[in-house]
Design a protein around this ligand. Sequence first.
Ligand code: DGL
Length: 300
Amino acid sequence: MQDDVRPIGVFDSGLGGLTVARAIASGLPHESITYLGDTKRCPYGPRDQSEVRRFVAQVGAWLNGRDVKAVVIACNTATAAALDLLQVALPVPVIGVVEPGARAAVRATRTRRVGVLATQGTVRSGSYEAAIHALDAGVRVFSHPAPRFVELVEGLLIGGEHLHEDWMANPEIFDTPPIRNIAREETEALADMGIDTVVLGCTHFPLLARPIRAVLGDDVRIVSSAEETCRELRESLEYRGDLAPDDQVPDYRFATTSDDITSFAVAGNFIFGHALESIERVDLDRVEPLPDYRNTDAGA
Ligand code: DGL
């Protein structure tokens, strides 16, 4: 289909995926976006994979009902747990953030020693190791969980602290002494590994890039998946002839599972860089989940 006006579906466990939605809005300015943050059940990181798969099956069904032309899983934990589920169950292309993050890291490293900061779920899954080694089996990968970062970011955002017109453009806002202390505790294990690149393997972490840099030092390159994911999305849409028309004014719609729509709107505005004008509350327990082929196969 040419000039496809349908939106891109994007989701995360909460607000962090808006860092990816922002990159999509900037790199593909004519594309409409429908974003869902499963804020009520955030964080996904400490949960086991089968639970995250169940959540993703619900989110995928909801997005499918919104007639999206592609889905971006803007959450590393959900990508690690259930990219395959959505790719099998949905009739549209599904792009995760782990492979793009791995590509960015492999491209950036010179010493071929790469750190990964991610949630426990992503680290446990070994997805980054697999994705990086699929590109270059010679890269040494040092993965480290930073579980407190997700709660820190969601808490700072929803708590309404540090309100500013644009958090992503002003990363120093989150570079305070208490946050640096947490960053030190969460990342110093990587400081002695001789890495020259660290991939932020959680879409919440770009907001903490400054304090992470303060711990790891200026010589360590910090990469994340947002821009690379957008590039992959563009290629996929182009290849299929599914790009939006050049004169399309994008329509951005948001949904959250949280009861507190106002906090989601306020915080989201400062990450996405545009006002979140259209927000609805969604009850995913009312949605019939997509089938998980793994369960079907097991039951067959
Ligand atoms: N933003 C999600 C990710 O990229 C994780 C946050 C969570 O633990 O829910 O992994």
